[in-house]
Design a protein around this ligand. Structure first.
Ligand SMILES: NC(=O)C1=CN([C@@H]2O[C@H](COP(=O)(O)OP(=O)(O)OC[C@H]3O[C@@H](n4cnc5c(N)ncnc54)[C@H](OP(=O)(O)O)[C@@H]3O)[C@@H](O)[C@H]2O)C=CC1
Ligand SMILES: C[C@H]1O[C@H](OP(=O)(O)OP(=O)(O)OC[C@H]2O[C@@H](n3cnc4c(=O)[nH]c(N)nc43)[C@H](O)[C@@H]2O)[C@@H](O)[C@@H](O)C1=O
Length: 316
């Protein structure tokens, strides 16, 4: 890919989009384009079409979405379904009309069925029913994958979908109602440590298993996908390693240095029991994750400490 290629990163202020921006900049890409949601609401089809008409990007990376943890997904099904479909439909359709040559769509591991065989292979998509806490978000993401696949099939364009596992890192959302588990645990253990090692309440049973990928690894995967032509439309992106939520809690408790009790609140949902990615397609393509979980949590905790006054708290 030419370093002056015009690349539009939708969602460039988010955790993933900003990491992609930094990764591209550090590799010498000079023609990056981004708009905040205030400057361009991607739910507005007319505005999106006007933006594509005037800017004419060569490449589009879609890291814009309504994103949240298990509770936000469960409590706001309409926003997670509709906003995500609106954003991605407008971006994908405008890209096709504007003759964008390469489009990278970011989905999520929750597109796969709740009880699919582990590790999750790309071809288990649509083989059985979804996890109820996030089926709305998953359905939106599945339609995004299928729209890119349809364009690939019908128009022969290089539109691909990457399915990240659970992500974490700097610029994450630390709002305790809407965040994912890893930033929530960092904040809860940190605040409890500073409160005389008071007990920390976590959600569910602690038995579900999750796989975590550092956002800088995710950004590297996107750059890899940008610079290489993939033969297929759908690729999982993860580490291929998971752990229980209880093990994650003990690791974060150790890193933060909290010494109190952990209480498990069984009134909160567990979600899917396990969603470990089969990452062999990406490995065969030539990409693999580099940042270990303990190292990644340590640097994320350090980032949290350095940015406590300005941490992001997403409200819905
Ligand atoms: N975080 C995770 O664990 C995972 C994330 N993903 C996927 O990665 C992608 C990025 O997620 P992440 O970075 O974590 O999310 P963030 O919430 O950090 O960022 C999302 C970005 O989307 C933008 N956005 C949202 N709505 C609109 C809108 N209506 N118009 C314009 N822009 C909008 C926001 O822009 P602004 O800041 O300007 O408001 C924001 O910068 C998403 O597709 C998500 O589904 C997949 C798996 C796991
Ligand atoms: C990325 C992914 O993210 C979501 O799926 P999820 O993995 O279930 O989400 P999560 O990170 O919020 O929780 C993981 C596990 O952790 C437990 N848990 C314990 N204590 C806290 C806690 O304090 N906060 C949160 N959020 N979870 C907690 C929680 O009960 C669950 O068992 C989907 O939105 C989905 O759409 C999606 O794509």
């Amino acid at each position: 890919m030419n370093k002056s290629t015009k690349i539009y990163i939708a969602g460039h202020r988010g955790m993933v989009g900003s990491a992609i921006w930094r990764a591209l900049e550090s590799k010498g890409y000079t023609n990056l384009l981004g708009k905040s949601s205030k400057e361009l609401d991607l739910k507005n089809q007319n505005k999106v079409n006007e933006f594509f008409d005037s800017e004419k990007p060569d490449v589009v990376i879609d890291a814009a979405a309504r994103v949240g943890g298990i509770l936000a997904n469960n409590d706001y099904p309409y926003q997670f379904l509709m906003e995500n479909m609106q954003i991605q439909n407008n971006l994908i359709d405008a890209s096709l009309k504007a003759d964008v040559q390469k489009f990278i769509f970011l989905g999520s591991s929750c597109i796969y069925p709740k009880f699919a065989p582990q590790p999750l292979k790309e071809d288990c998509l649509l083989t059985s029913s979804l996890e109820p806490t996030n089926e709305w978000y998953a359905l939106a993401k599945i339609t995004g994958v299928k729209a890119c696949e349809a364009i690939r099939k019908q128009f022969g364009k290089d539109y691909i979908s990457l399915m990240p596992t659970n992500l974490y890192g700097s610029f994450d959302n630390f709002d305790l109602n809407t965040s994912h588990v890893l930033p929530a645990m960092i904040r809860k253990f940190h605040e409890a440590k500073n409160n005389g090692n008071s007990p920390v309440t976590l959600w569910g049973s602690g038995t579900p298993m999750r796989e975590f990928l550092h956002v800088e690894d995710m950004a590297e995967a996107v750059v890899f996908a940008l610079e290489n032509e993939f033969k297929d439309n759908l690729y999982n992106v993860g580490t291929g390693v998971d752990l229980t939520i209880k093990e994650l809690a003990e690791l974060i408790q150790k890193i933060v240095g909290h010494q109190g009790d952990i209480i498990w609140d069984s009134s909160k949902p567990d979600g899917t029991p396990r969603k470990l990615m089969d990452v062999s397609k990406m490995t065969q393509a030539g990409w693999k994750a580099k940042i270990g979980l303990e190292e990644g949590i340590q640097s994320t905790y350090q980032w949290f400490l350095d940015n406590q006054d300005s941490i992001k708290e997403v409200k819905i």
